[in-house]
Every structure is written in C-alpha cells, then in structure tokens.
Design a protein around this ligand. Structure first.
Ligand SMILES: N[C@@H](CCC(=O)N[C@@H](CS)C(=O)NCC(=O)O)C(=O)O
Length: 106
C-alpha cells in the first residue's frame, strides 16, 4: 500500500464486503491505498463525494478512471480488468459493454 497506488479502496473495519474486495486485490497482487471511513453512516461524506453513496466498499482506479461501489461488481471489475481473461479483453473494452454497474468513467 503505497502513496503511488493506482487503486484507492474506501472500506470499513470488519466489513465482510470490503474484505471480499481486499482478498481479490491481494490475489491479483494489486497495490492499493486503504481509506477507512467513519463507522457512522451519516459521517461518510468522503466516500459519498467520490462514489455518490455512503456505502462501502468503493474503489477508484486511477489506471482506468473507474469509480465503483458494490462488492460483487467491484470483484467482477477486478476479474475483468486484472484477471487472466483481461489479457484477451483490455480494461477499456471490459467497461464499454453493459455499464449498469459503473458509477463513473473518465
Ligand atoms: N451490497 C453491498 C453491501 C455493502 C454494505 O452493506 N456495506 C456496509 C458496511 S459492511 C455499509 O456501508 N452499509 C451502509 C450502507 O449500505 O449505506 C456490497 O456488496 O458492497
């Protein structure tokens, strides 16, 4: 986890959904910066500002310009972008199809 990490993960201590994303990031050996949010939902303005929701996990991937919430969608995104299949399908095209899960992309 360095300051140069391309991925920022907004997470909460003890959150199983966040741990699911952490496991996948670790599995792919991706560097990421953890930003722990406030346990009190109403005090999570930081993540609300970036993702539009106070729910964690949420990620920002500076490499692809993707910002996303929902652990299942994040894991799917990481698989598509950094998993074995990503060699056949570049990140840009992986996000260009059914984008219902995408919060924002540059
Ligand atoms: N369906 C979401 C559930 C995430 C979730 O419930 N996160 C909790 C923390 S463990 C949270 O942020 N709850 C507040 C909220 O949902 O607004 C996911 O899979 O990411």
């Amino acid at each position: 986890m360095s300051a140069d990490s391309q991925i920022t993960l907004y997470r909460l201590q003890g959150c199983p959904f966040c741990e699911r994303v952490v496991d996948r990031l670790d599995e792919y050996g991706l560097e990421y910066e953890s930003r722990f949010v406030e346990p009190m939902h109403s005090a999570r303005n930081v993540v609300k500002r970036v993702s539009g929701s106070r729910t964690v996990p949420a990620i920002i991937d500076d490499e692809t310009g993707v910002t996303m919430s929902e652990s299942g969608n994040i894991v799917e995104y990481l698989d598509d972008t950094y998993g074995d299949a990503s060699a056949e399908e570049p990140a840009t095209s992986a996000a260009s199809g059914d984008d219902w899960w995408l919060i924002s992309k540059w």
